[in-house]
Design a protein around this ligand. Structure first.
Ligand code: PLP
Length: 365
């Protein structure tokens, strides 16, 4: 059955990537062994790992000043681990609370012995906007400022990634890596993202860290008593195979990154995301639907809106399901509708959804 799947993550993979994975699954390397069984010390896996590092660097447009590593698990693991690489007890760090995931990241650091400055608190406006970053009062000696570039639940995103002079950025790009070309690398200490939205499946996260800070973190993590398996320098030294890596997730990420590359790379993904977003926001703005966020910080991936009543929300979701338009219910603490379109959602699915919105408005608006 052909469906249009708008899940907020794990998210759709392009059909050709799904088919490729299916075809390669049982004998991935031509030696009669599947990628699910291959030893991570085999030369086949070592080659896959190296190729994936190279294609990740190309697709994410990472300069030579930064190192890349793959870490098992999701992005949340890094909420408490990142600050232990970049700051020592008592030091000042700056955080922003712009949504569900940013809030969880804040909770984790407030439990650490750091002077944490909450420089923007989106709870005060129910997370409908990202404020004006240039007005934020950030202590100059902050070791870094943490930003969540795209807020998956509330549907907000920085139109350009802000910078703050000499204060290094730490960017949660879980729902934006491989879809934005404007990462200000010279100002960026660290980027982290789990793969299951824009460039792969669940089970692996990518960490991209400034080389000098990676070196410095060898001492800092010792003082913070961070275990080896959580230390980015140790994972980097072990070529991302310190623990047994999530081999299948890395394989799937490899195939998805290659698809992105062959499709025109991150510039093409960015362009398509903006076009898909334009189609849906035009429908939201045409009446009946009520967009949740300020227009100047709308997400290019997560479109959050509602209808005038909860009954109409439910009716809309049920009607959409009849057209095989699936997984559009809003997040549990937000309600309404959330339609997510990452790199794997094709332009045709976006236009089918926009058309459905138009027809629904004509019929019920
Ligand atoms: C922006 C952002 N950060 C972090 C997370 C948590 O990711 P994970 O489930 O991989 O831990 C999510 C999940 O949706 C997210 O959207």
């Amino acid at each position: 059955m052909s469906v249009h799947y708008f899940s907020p993550g794990p998210a759709s993979l392009p059909e050709s990537v799904r088919n490729q994975i299916k075809e390669e699954l049982l004998d991935t390397f031509g030696i009669g062994v599947s990628v699910m069984e291959i030893s991570h010390r085999s030369k086949q896996y070592e080659q896959l790992n190296e190729e994936t590092q190279a294609i990740a660097r190309k697709v994410f447009q990472v300069p030579a000043t930064h190192s890349i590593l793959f870490s098992p698990g999701g992005a949340q693991q890094h909420f408490s681990v990142v600050p232990k690489h970049l700051s020592a007890p008592g030091e000042e760090i700056a955080y922003t609370d712009t949504g569900v995931w940013a809030h969880l990241a804040c909770e984790e650091v407030f439990a650490l012995p750091r002077k944490v400055h909450l420089v923007f608190d989106g709870r005060t406006n129910d997370y409908v906007s990202l404020g004006n970053p240039q007005d934020w009062d950030i202590p100059q000696n902050s070791k870094f400022i943490h930003l969540t570039v795209n807020n998956t639940v509330y549907g907000t995103e920085y139109p350009t990634i802000p910078t703050f002079g000499n204060i290094p950025l730490v960017l949660d790009m879980t729902s934006s890596l491989a879809a934005r070309t404007d990462i200000p690398w010279e100002s960026t200490a660290l980027v982290y993202a789990s793969a299951q939205k824009n460039f792969g499946i669940a089970g692996v996260s990518v960490i991209i860290m400034n080389n000098d800070l990676l070196e410095k973190s060898r001492e800092i993590t010792k003082h913070n008593h961070l275990g080896k398996a959580h230390s980015y320098h140790a994972i980097y030294d072990a070529k991302s195979a310190l623990n047994t890596p999530p081999v299948f997730s890395i394989f799937a990420m490899n195939r998805m990154l290659n698809w992105i590359d062959h499709s025109g790379g991150t510039p093409a993904m960015e362009q398509w995301s903006l076009e898909k977003a334009k189609m849906i926001y035009s429908e939201i703005d045409a009446g009946l639907y009520i967009g949740r966020t300020h227009k100047n910080c709308r997400s290019r991936h997560n479109f959050v809106f509602k209808l005038p009543t909860e009954e109409q929300d439910n009716h809309f979701i049920a009607e959409a399901a009849k057209h095989n338009l699936l997984e559009i219910k809003g997040y549990r603490c937000v309600g309404g509708i959330r339609v997510s379109m990452y790199n794997g959602v094709c332009m045709e699915s976006a236009s089918v959804f926009a058309e459905f919105m138009r027809d629904y408005r004509k019929k019920y608006g």
